[in-house]
Structure formats: C-alpha cells, structure tokens
Design a protein around this ligand. Structure first.
Ligand code: URA
Length: 238
C-alpha cells in the first residue's frame, strides 16, 4: 500500500504539493469514489485510480509499447533532437523513463519504454537470446547465399555477430524479415552493407514473442500488460 499523494505525484510526474492540490480539489478518484484525504493508502495491485476522469497508471514500474516514427531518436535526452520520451502522451510521462534498446532515427516500429532497468537489461542482454524481428526494404535483392551467411553469423570490422535469421517476404527478395538477438549499432544495415545492399526502410515488428500492436499508428503508444511482458521474456520466435 502506498500513500495516494505520493502515487499521484510519481505517476503524473508532478510535485507532491501539486498532487495534494489535485486530491483536495476532489479530482482524484479511487474507482468512482472521490478521495480528498491526502493520507489515503492505495493498493497498486487492485485499486484503479483516476485523475480528472483519466486512468492513472501507478504500478511500481511501467512498460510502454510505442510504434516509433521516423525522425525521433531513441534516447532519454535529445540535446536538441526530439526523443521517444518527448513524444509520449502527457498522461504516460513519469520520471526515469528510458527506451530499452536503440532504434536508429530513421527506423520505425516497436520501441519499449520503461523505468525498470532490470527488465531492460534482461531483454537486451545478448546472453538471453531474446529475438528482435524487423522488416527491411532493400535497394537490391538478397539471395540464398546471403541467407546462409546470416545464419552462420557475420564478421564485421570490429564485431563478430551472432547468427541471424532472414527470409524473403516477396518473390523478388527485395523485402526481408530479419531476426537478431543482439543490438549492435546499425546492426542490420551493416549486415546487409557487407553484401553491398542498402536498407531503405527498417521497421521492428516484434520483441521476443510479442508482436507490435498493429492498431498503433506511428507515434502512438499503449501500456504493455503483464502477460505481454512474459511473452517478450519467453523469446519464442514468431
Ligand atoms: N539494425 C539497424 O541497422 N538499425 C536499427 O535501428 C535496428 C537494427
């Protein structure tokens, strides 16, 4: 159980004083009941909290699935550039959120945003072999030889990459579905570049066994459920 003023302050990313003002004004409800006592305790497992009619997400950690658009960087601080944290809707913003892993500025698709460092570490560590699957649109066709090179694991300038799976999504071999379990800098682009192929478009479509929710338009996001988190960790290939 946690004090409601602390929960509201942290979930809405406002000061404890501002949270108390919201509560005293009767804007905060537990279920449908307005609570004006700032010392009320709430249970994160079962109490549903609302502020001004909007659901307040207040579990210890939060996990957000974003369909990342092009043009934003996957970092917490942009130093002048727009980040995936900047474009979160106001009601989802809270302290310490960061993107779990990197997507290039021009890559779209499944970006996981959380404040749970342990979980992020678990799903990103190459040791845990959690697959991440992408669709890559290419400037030239790939072929069966490249498929087998990807499957063996490619050697790049300073990195030896773990085996990756690749399959064509069209008869011309111009669009590939690629699954990797590492997250090296520009990994997929560099893998294709080794064979003089340029990746024109790149979209991440799943993490572990959890696909990107295809109802999310680019730039949109939603909370990830506990069952879905388990799917990421199980890491089965799609
Ligand atoms: N590989 C890349 O080249 N870019 C990404 O954004 C992700 C994987």
């Amino acid at each position: 159980m946690e004090r409601i003023d602390k929960v509201i302050a942290s979930a809405l990313n406002v000061s404890r004083n501002d949270a108390r003002t919201l509560i005293k004004k009767g804007l905060v409800t537990v279920g449908s009941k307005a609570v004006r006592d700032i010392g009320t305790k709430v249970d994160e497992k079962c109490d549903e909290l609302f502020c001004d009619g909007k659901r307040v997400q207040y579990s210890k950690f939060i996990y957000i699935m974003m369909n990342k658009p092009k043009g934003v960087i996957s970092a917490s601080e942009g130093k002048g550039e727009k980040t995936v944290i900047d474009i979160l809707p106001a009601e989802m913003k809270r302290k310490n959120l960061f993107p779990a892993g990197r997507l290039d500025k021009d890559t779209t698709g499944f970006m996981l945003i959380t404040d749970d460092g342990d979980f992020a570490h678990k799903i990103l560590s190459p040791k845990n072999h959690i697959p991440k699957t992408y669709i890559a649109v290419l400037d030239k066709p790939f072929n069966d030889e490249i498929i087998s090179e990807f499957e063996k694991g490619i050697e790049l300038k300073n990195d030896v990459l773990m085996p990756a799976k690749i399959k064509p999504l069209d008869s011309e071999y111009m669009t590939a579905q690629v699954t990797i379990s590492q997250g090296m800098y520009h990994q997929i682009k560099r893998m294709f570049a080794k064979f003089s192929i340029t990746v024109l478009e790149l979209k991440r479509i799943s993490m572990g066994a959890l696909p990107l929710d295809d109802s999310l338009k680019e730039g949109e996001c939603r909370y990830i459920t506990q069952n879905e988190l388990d799917l990421i960790e199980k890491g089965k290939l799609l």
